[in-house]
Ligand binder design. Sequence first.
Ligand SMILES: O=C(O)C1=C[C@@H](OP(=O)(O)O)[C@@H](O)[C@H](O)C1
Ligand SMILES: C=C(OP(=O)(O)O)C(=O)O
Length: 428
Amino acid sequence: MGRLRVTGAGALRGTVRVPGDKSISHRALILASLADGRSTITGLSTGEDVTHTRRALTRFGVTFEEQIPGQWQVTGGLRHEPDDVLDCGNAGTGIRLLAGVCAGVDGISVLTGDQFLRRRPMDRVAVPLREMGAGVDGREAGRFAPLVIRGGGLRGIAHDSPVASAQVKSSLLLAGLSAAGPTTVVEPHPTRRHTEEMLEAFGGKVAVDGASVTVHPGTLTATDVTVPGDPSQAAFWVVAGVLATDGEIEVPGLYLGYGRADFVGVLQRMGAEVDVDEATGTVRARASRLRSVEIVASDIPGAVDEIPVLAVAAAAAEGTTVISGAAELRVKESDRIASTVKMLRAFGVEAEERPDGMVVHGRADFTAGRVDSHGDHRIAMAAAVAAVTRAQGDTVIDGWESVATSYPGFARDLESVAGAGVCAPADD
Ligand SMILES: O=C(O)C1=C[C@@H](OP(=O)(O)O)[C@@H](O)[C@H](O)C1
Ligand SMILES: C=C(OP(=O)(O)O)C(=O)O
């Protein structure tokens, strides 16, 4: 198992260019595959999740050619069932969005993933896709992958989603492209709008009205997509800049659209010196004194993947932070309520689980610890931020290899802001 040793550093300074947005990358690959003609995608995420989605799409006969690093030419026209099992790796976004695609094509598709993905709930897409007319089966009556989908002959539905999930919404919108009649999804809280935004760019007919989205069936036309930087990855550097004794970090070129950068507002509520330049998509962070905050249900959809690193910020704040309305965290790559609390405790922080969140008691310094990522990239990266900014001594993070799912160059970027030698592979 891969391990990373991280040493504390007083100063964290510089500019970090994060990888292309993971959510946008999955969608760019899928929509370019469905579209007729050739699309060029520039700045695609280099993470393994997105690579799995690209490879899965080749099973449908779509071709991808990397012209220069990060720039892909896609020849779309996906119409037929895949010729092999689709391995989605660790990617919840990949499997759920592809399930929608598979429901829309005539024939049989089988989708699976790694040991973590096979534990995550799939009934949230299986149930509405069945209602649209697809046959969806899987382990435990379709609750878990591997999933077997018999696609084609769909009808549009109106789905009241019990969970605020952009993956569920997107899965149904993708299936809806080939259904008879419009498909509407209503969410309990509005979530990120990448699928809606990109469907429009590819000539799809989609209408957003608050928490309700409707797609009309139709074909897509190839277009070129430039993938902006991933705000979820930027969050690690922003929190690092805020927590460092001497911190000043900027992250340019980010997607700052709806439902993705709400972590900035949460940090500002905590008293962090963080500002945003919308024109250049830049977020800048400076070392700040933080106070505790309440993070509630309405904060979650726009900061869902940032909760582990926001919990690290809370652990360094004065007072007690309560996070609620975040039960969805239990069904991510790990149970992120349990794994975040365990990670904080490994640094000597007092923290408790709640069924739908956690309580974090802030303290001035962390003790260096040994942390387990639980196979979860966001826990590993949040731990690295805690270790480099606040821990006294060296920290070893077990399961560091999970970081490759979304941010293979994270350790290199950490050295670029904190100094060469601040982290290194560990043997013990
Ligand atoms: O649609 C997406 O790209 C994503 C939606 C979120 O998941 P849910 O839809 O399950 O909330 C998020 O956690 C995930 O990292 C990416
Ligand atoms: C939850 C995540 O991704 P996914 O659901 O695509 O596995 C994530 O990247 O934090």
